[in-house]
Design a protein around this ligand. Structure first.
Ligand SMILES: Nc1ncnc2c1ncn2[C@@H]1O[C@H](COP(=O)(O)OP(=O)(O)OP(=O)(O)O)[C@@H](O)[C@H]1O
Ligand SMILES: O=C(O)c1ccc[n+]([C@@H]2O[C@H](COP(=O)([O-])O)[C@@H](O)[C@H]2O)c1
Length: 205
């Protein structure tokens, strides 16, 4: 049983987790979510709208505002926008995954991310534990394919990489298992939207 506000998942379901600042959410996030649902054999995807990326110095826009925008952008029956990290009181991904596995026993979680995050995964707290706890699905992003494939994480876990048709079974593979998919890429990014003044960090009066 989960209290109000906790997304529902049945035992045995495969749930992709897309963590991010979503400051603001954009069509690139929605695109990678649809591709992940299609390619990795996922039942659903939950967006984890972060209280704040632990590696970023500047805090993001208020959570409620980011959640509202994310819900406008992501409209899919099998995708859900959540503030789970705020509810769980976690900020680091390893802590979030441990907490979700405790709260949802029997549910299979898959960590999803763009190629830029694979390139810097080795800087995350307990990053090897993340890869050893859940399968990881990586989606191509412009300018990041080579840095991601040459990254410390890709090298250390080279033997755990799935290829070809095996990628479809990612969610049911025992970790460590990861896949990189060469989807049609979209250049959307939140930094550009902030720089263009389309998303101001200050709270509206
Ligand atoms: N266009 C995109 N293609 C592939 N992956 C993406 C794309 N945009 C975002 N992602 C992935 O979605 C997740 C959340 O991204 P995030 O909220 O940081 O957006 P962002 O556009 O990367 O933001 P910023 O420009 O502020 O760094 C990350 O794993 C990121 O790699
Ligand atoms: O756990 C960490 O050390 C860690 C370091 C950097 C980023 N992350 C997570 O990576 C996801 C993408 O972050 P961002 O800010 O690039 O959208 C988000 O869920 C962050 O919490 C996690």
């Amino acid at each position: 049983m989960h209290g109000p506000g906790w997304p529902v998942a049945r035992s045995g379901e495969v749930i992709g987790l897309l963590g991010g600042s979503f400051d603001p959410a954009h069509a690139g996030h929605a695109h990678v979510t649809r591709e992940a649902l299609r390619l990795f054999g996922l039942d659903r995807v939950w967006w984890l709208v972060s209280p704040g990326n632990p590696l970023k110095k500047q805090g993001p826009a208020p959570l409620d505002r980011r959640l509202a925008r994310a819900r406008e952008v992501m409209d899919h029956p099998r995708a859900e926008v959540t503030a789970l990290e705020t509810a769980l009181g976690t900020r680091y991904t390893a802590d979030t995954i441990r907490a979700l596995q405790r709260r949802y026993p029997g549910v299979r979680f898959v960590w999803l991310m763009g190629a830029d995050n694979l390139a810097s995964l080795h800087l995350w707290d307990d990053w090897q534990e993340i890869v050893n706890r859940v399968p990881v699905g990586v989606l191509a992003r412009p300018g990041q394919r080579i840095s991601a494939r040459m990254s410390p994480a890709a090298r250390l876990f080279a033997r755990a990489r799935l290829r070809g048709g095996a990628v479809r079974g990612l969610g049911r593979m025992p970790p460590p298992a990861w896949a990189f998919v060469n989807i049609p890429m979209r250049a959307d990014n939140s930094s550009a939207l902030r720089a263009a003044g389309e998303w101001t960090v200050s709270v509206p009066a």
